[in-house]
Ligand binder design. Structure first.
Ligand SMILES: Nc1ncnc2c1ncn2[C@@H]1O[C@H](COP(=O)(O)OP(=O)(O)O)[C@@H](O)[C@H]1O
Ligand SMILES: [Mg+2]
Length: 376
């Protein structure tokens, strides 16, 4: 039995009493379209940076999601999230979409497919249009968190490499493209110690990634990521109610990533993220992280606040780094966390808890079904 807890006092990690059993079947089985942008459909452009297509998904990821959805009886099939989608959705007529689309272009690309689905009136998993647009933009996300008093380091956005550096920002600094993920545009060269390094890196981001550069204080401490599943509110009607705390959320054990081990050279960028855990060059993954209970509690509290502040839904992953004093700082939120069963952080941390991949995938679907008021 779960103990009573006050709403702003998340415990954790949540236990997984039904972790090996699939959630109760939502009947009747649904036709579910798994929407993704596959790497193979976006061949590397010779004009783009080397990590151009890093965000897009591998075929094995959509195959794994389809297989997981088929376990409790759903009819699941993959549709590419591109211009053809209106026609393929009309042909398939899915009851629900499982959306992991990165989107094709534009400043809110992760919100493109959700926007299309809302226009067509088709329900889908995870965050909606606005939250996906916000979370893709690291500046807007940080502004919202800062407005809520949540800890996130000071920053400056550069749209030209010659702009003067704000006096409040001191070296070392860290630079990244303002709206990318999967470590795109991030590597050891993102750590900036001098003014020339800053100018060069900002110029690189502006020209290679064709978007502003977010420059923020460098966080020298340990790195963690926290997975959260659920939505605020009652869990009574959930297909797997015991999985959730009273506040409506399941908190996975904290995953520590040590990017000082392997190819990352201190930064968990694209190169480090793509190496299968345990293989040569991979960072060290530790789950549950060996941390004091107070730090774990604080990161769970911040994860929920970060999730709620941007209006996320169903499932997210929140990245943290410790500052020089050992305090956790919010780095970013992933409203569409990677779901590759082998390499994605969300799957590493749920597996570490003993939660079967099919349970994670079906739980995301069931949360979305419940949120849409479709539970039968
Ligand atoms: N302010 C920072 N200080 C130190 N390292 C950082 C900082 N911001 C990001 N990083 C490093 O870069 C990685 C990728 O940054 P993140 O904002 O999480 O982007 P992505 O969406 O690509 O995962 C982080 O996992 C961390 O290793
Ligand atoms: Mg990240």
């Amino acid at each position: 039995m779960k103990e009573d807890r006050v709403a702003d006092d998340p415990p954790g990690p949540s236990s997984t009493p039904a972790s090996r059993a699939l959630p109760r079947r939502i009947s009747p089985p649904m036709t579910v379209a798994v929407l993704a942008n596959l790497k193979k459909n976006y061949p590397h452009s010779e004009h783009g940076p080397s990590d151009d297509a890093v965000e897009y998904d591998r075929e094995e990821t959509v195959e794994a999601i389809c297989a997981a959805l088929q376990e409790p009886g759903h009819r699941a099939s993959f549709l590419e999230g591109d211009e053809s989608l209106v026609d393929t959705l009309r042909a398939l007529r899915p009851d629900f979409c499982f959306n992991i689309c990165e989107g094709r272009r534009g400043d809110s690309r992760e919100a493109q497919i959700p926007a299309l689905l809302e226009m067509l009136g088709i329900p889908y998993t995870c965050s909606r249009v606005l939250a996906n647009a916000i979370s893709l933009d690291k500046m807007i996300t940080k502004r919202i968190w800062r407005d809520r008093g949540l800890p996130t380091v000071p920053f400056q956005v550069f749209t030209e490499s010659t702009a003067p550096l704000r006096s409040t920002l001191r070296f070392p600094l860290f630079a990244k493209p303002i709206r990318e993920g999967s470590g795109k545009g991030v590597g050891p060269g993102s750590v900036l110690r001098t003014e020339p390094e800053l100018r060069e890196r900002v110029e690189h981001i502006l020209s290679a990634y064709r978007q502003p550069a977010l420059v923020e204080s460098y966080l020298p401490g340990r790195e963690f990521t926290v997975g959260i599943l659920g939505n605020p509110g009652s869990t009574e009607r959930r297909s797997n109610p015991d999985l959730y705390e009273k506040d409506g959320f399941h908190y996975f054990p904290v995953l520590e990533i040590d990017p000082n081990v392997g190819a990352g050279r201190g930064v968990y960028g694209a190169e480090a993220k793509l190496i299968t855990p345990g293989e040569e060059g991979a960072p060290l993954y530790l789950c549950p992280a060996d941390i004091p209970p107070q730090l774990q509690k604080e990161m769970y509290r911040l994860t929920r606040s970060a999730f709620l502040a941007i209006g996320s839904a169903d499932c997210s992953r929140v990245d943290f780094r410790l500052d020089a004093e050992g305090h956790p700082n919010l780095v970013e939120i992933n409203t569409l966390p990677g779901l590759n069963p082998e390499v994605s952080d969300m799957c590493i941390l749920s597996r570490a808890q003993g939660m079967h991949y099919a349970v994670l995938i079906n739980e995301i679907l069931n949360l979305a079904i419940e949120r849409h008021g479709m539970l039968v």
